[in-house]
Design a protein. Sequence first.
Length: 363
Amino acid sequence: MAYPNFRYLAGDKILGIDYDIKNRYGTGTYLLHAAIHGGGIEPPTSQLAAYAAGTGAWYSFEALNDLTAESLRLPSTAFDEPFCVVNTGNSARTVVWHGVENQRENEQVTYISGADTVLVSLIVQELNAAGFQTDRAPVGFDGEAPQNICNRNRLRAGVQLDLSRTLRSSFYAGGDLSSTALAQPDNRLPAFFAYGDAIRRACAQVPLDDDSDDVQPPITQPRTPSDQAVSTAMRTPFAIDHSGNVSSTTDEREQLLDRVHALVGTLPGERVMRSTYGVPTSAALFAINSEVANDQLQRAVIDAVSQFEPSAVVSAIVADVNEALGAVNVNVQVSRADVPGAERDNTRSVGVLVGGTVVSTPE
């Protein structure tokens, strides 16, 4: 069966058995290499993306079972796995690796598309110089579509590489693209490295700095203590202090924790003017098992914090679903992204009953 989005896939498949997710965020303004159809879906895109990324930002969604791999192929325009969405959204430039069946017999070609015309032209130039054939992507590859995951970065323009099967087979001894063969790095032929190095050279030529005309400003700008103005914010949840006044704080660390607590304790739709604000915590009560519930909650929290509290970095998430009581507790540990080297702040716990009623206060 084909899944329309990641939510349906995660509800039917098991992380660690059917699929795996590997994710490494970048720092500052960075370029991301991603394989959204990795593992047995479109081999060896995971390995190629990892090699091209080096020690930089990298993402891979991998099918672990070759027999069911094809069913995990989410469309590029509907790929919404939370870790990938966050990593792509924070990247300045993005290269997404795909594999396609030969459009013509025995062709060794890379179809290149995407809205990042600067990087597209550089990749064509470097691949051709290295002896690899390139071509415009056929109609239907939708690399230029705004909703394509490759184009959902800060530039709103990325690159999609579609490598023919014959080309991919030429990267491994005997043309073997089975999971067993890919697991052995010694099976990689010189063509694998020549191809990856060409992509690296192309990516090294594009600007990633904040002053680039075609890159949007970072989500958060680092601030020095002298730049920070002291502000007062009402505590969340609402409370009255010992003097009878509305409880408030000037501590930015506490303000951040309060905002994250409010975000996790709100169900999407509860705020009329911000219908997408919140985390669907109560949905975890209806997951098929505790592992799926914990996985869904972690991804939902990371996605929501990235969207609504970009100055927060999630350090840890622990979800406890109590099916007998019909309650779920989510402990979120965060630190401030705008303070280099900041220590992790205290954990905030949110308890939610069936229906979304918040039943606990900050610890």
